[in-house]
Design a protein around this ligand. Structure first.
Ligand SMILES: NC(=O)c1ccc[n+]([C@@H]2O[C@H](COP(=O)([O-])OP(=O)(O)OC[C@H]3O[C@@H](n4cnc5c(N)ncnc54)[C@H](O)[C@@H]3O)[C@@H](O)[C@H]2O)c1
Length: 376
């Protein structure tokens, strides 16, 4: 199997699909790896490091896309990359398809097998390839909010921790999953008053037990949301339904009730966002203002801390890359139900129900699209 790693080309995306250490692991087992020139620059890994690990270095992305059976990336393929995909090829990366009609159209047309990191599941039901980046983004979300609350950044001029005799910032977190709980921990650690609203009581109770009185937690109701938005200095949006569109929890009308200069960080923007007024932004131009409220909607937040993020991501993805290489793509998908949950588009068919529903496609079962039956 030839595994290809192109250089990421999304704006300010510095992560890379495989670290030199992962390449060494694959090469030691006899798999060929082709890495695009300078792909590891953002994590401080040179072409020489990849060569020493056993990779061939390709001087262009065309070479990688033409040769690779399995392409391992980080972010969704952009239009130019999608044009290079071909039948018989497998793409393993974040895709976030439900809000992205053009990408789904191109992936369907390309005939590839497209496996999305964010919908791969573990036997216990978690999202093992989303979780490491959600941890990073959740932690970053509070850093980002703190920065944009500063007056020169456009915020209302509030220090998250407050000062002696002056109240700290109030940080409201929507969603109690991996992003939300990491954001709450960091916000509490910085001395903020933290409020969390989410759909079900269990995760809220666990976090309440961990953080004690620094957290107030509620099962989301319109009344609680309304009250907490009025008092918020920063709101972190992290609600999502795996593979589907994020629920729009905050409408434009609600912005009018908020304090001017408050900051919204919409981490769920990759799934369409949970604020009605959100639209994706980039690290080059991360914020915009609507009705006096600052919106930060960067869809690849962990790309800004690529050394931490690439290693965290690779630790999670490598076992799946090895499985795909060892068993072969179709057999690995047949045998590994968690990996199969990651299959979103397969040989011209949409195989993920939430994506099909969001964009009006028929949904084909993963095994049917693969032309096989489940293992066992
Ligand atoms: N912007 C970025 O760079 C970036 C990076 C990593 C993750 N993300 C995204 O962040 C989002 C959250 O990821 P996660 O790993 O924390 O997911 P998760 O599944 O762990 O948590 C999602 C939470 O949302 C809650 N929820 C769902 N619907 C809700 C509703 N209607 N009201 C209230 N709460 C609701 C769920 O109960 C759960 O607590 C995802 O969209 C993910 O793709 C973005």
């Amino acid at each position: 199997m030839l595994i290809g790693v192109p250089r990421e080309i999304k704006v300010h995306e510095y992560r890379v699909g495989l670290t030199p250490e992962s390449v060494r692991d694959l090469a030691a087992r006899g798999y060929r790896v082709m890495v695009e020139k300078s792909a590891g620059e953002g994590i401080g890994a040179s072409d020489g490091d990849y060569r020493t690990a056993g990779a061939n270095i390709a001087s262009t992305p065309e070479e990688v896309f033409a040769a690779a059976e399995l392409i391992v990336k980080v972010k969704e393929p952009l239009a130019g990359e999608r044009a290079r995909l071909r039948p018989g090829q497998t793409l393993f990366t974040y895709l976030h398809l439900a809000p992205d009609a053009e990408q789904v159209r191109d992936l369907v047309r390309s005939g590839v097998i497209a496996i999305a990191y964010e919908t791969v599941t573990s036997p216990t039901g978690g999202l093992p390839l989303l979780a490491p980046m959600s941890e990073v983004a959740g932690r970053m979300a509070v850093q980002v909010a703190a920065h944009y609350l500063e007056r020169p950044s456009g915020g209302r001029g509030v220090l998250v921790s407050g000062a002696s005799g002056v109240a700290p910032a109030r940080v409201v977190v929507l969603g109690a999953g991996v992003v939300g709980s990491n954001a709450a921990r960091i916000a509490a650690g910085m001395g903020a008053e933290v409020v969390m609203l989410s759909r079900s009581a269990g995760p809220l109770q666990r976090l309440q037990a961990e953080l004690g009185p620094s957290l107030r937690a509620f099962v989301l109701s319109p009344e609680d949301l309304d009250r907490e938005l009025r008092e918020a200095d920063a709101v972190i949006g992290s609600a999502m339904v795996p593979g589907g569109l994020a629920p729009k929890l905050v409408t434009r009308a609600m912005l009018a009730t908020m304090k001017k200069g408050a900051v919204l960080v919409d981490v769920s923007i990759d799934q369409g966002g949970c604020f009605e007024t959100s639209r994706p932004t980039t690290h080059a131009d991360p914020v915009f203002e609507v009705d006096g409220i600052l919106h930060y909607c960067v869809a690849n937040m962990p790309g800004a801390v690529p050394r931490t993020s690439t290693y965290a991501l690779n630790r999670a993805t490598l076992p799946f890359v090895l499985d795909l290489a060892q068993r072969g793509i179709v057999e690995a998908l047949r045998a590994n139900a968690g990996l199969r949950d990651g299959l979103n588009v397969c040989r011209g068919k949409v195989t993920r129900r939430e994506v099909a529903e969001a964009l009006g496609y028929a949904c084909t079962g993963a095994l049917e699209a693969l032309g096989t039956r489940a293992a066992g």
